[in-house]
Design a protein around this ligand. Sequence first.
Ligand SMILES: Nc1ncnc2c1ncn2[C@@H]1O[C@H](COP(=O)(O)OP(=O)(O)OP(=O)(O)O)[C@@H](O)[C@H]1O
Length: 289
Amino acid sequence: MNKQAIWFIVNPISGGKNAHQTIVKLIDNQLDKKIYQPVVRYTEYAGHATKIAAEGVENGVEIIVAIGGDGTVNEVGKALIHTKTSLGIIPTGSGNGLARELGIPMKAADAIASLNTPITKIIDVCKVNDIPFFCTAGVGFDAHCAEVFSRKKGRGMLNYVKVGFNEFWKYKPLRCVFAAENYEVFSVTFGNASQFGNNAYITPTAKIDDGLIDCTIVHQPSAFQAMDLISKLFNGNILSSNLTENYQGTKFKLSCEDNFLIHYDGEPMRLSTNELTISILEKCLKVMI
Ligand SMILES: Nc1ncnc2c1ncn2[C@@H]1O[C@H](COP(=O)(O)OP(=O)(O)OP(=O)(O)O)[C@@H](O)[C@H]1O
């Protein structure tokens, strides 16, 4: 039997000290070499994973596994859209939204074991302007926090919560135009998947292969209301709050006065436009589950 070429793209800065070395050892010991011919590649800078993955596609590699958080998964995944190469994930981030959504185990050993009994699925990918995202993208408070967080040294959920808490008191609602109506919002999130990561279900009715984009608008909460929203976010019932609005569609447009600060799969980016179009590419990415 011909062995399948499988590349592992490792983000060495994700998952804390030496996490990646342990995972590479596990791959060496536990990946079924009767079916796979593995190659391990390391990223050297932000954006490098996309280049490596594109090289893999060109070389006809069947499976490319991102070892990192949602940022790395996004960088690898975007090179695999509309190709025959499948995306695998060994999650080492703090959110791991796409891995959770696909039911990929959080423990590296279990994620490797699931690669040994390969099952693939085809999912949708959404785009904010020309930027692909796999879980969520949005504007407002979440994008602001993603930007502040990206400038901090500390990683992980606890540091993210600290940023959220500190920024909440200073945050001013975002004025924008959505569906030809003026809004002042806390956040607007578009979901291909149901969660930001960490089982925080911001677009709880989103399904990753239904051809639809879900949109959740959150209106500015008081501190007391914010506590309730956070609990609903993690319980999967944020839409029961009267501070939220929810829409489904295949295209959304959003504009505001200044150039948008967005996040896509948790990565912040200041755009040079004040107009956003959110669109969907149906069933365009093969993933390993
Ligand atoms: N070798 C590298 N050196 C510096 N930055 C890198 C390198 N490889 C990847 N990156 C960048 O690291 C950032 C964070 O990656 P990723 O989201 O995968 O991990 P994480 O921060 O551990 O995850 P999470 O955000 O869920 O905590 C991404 O913006 C990615 O571009």
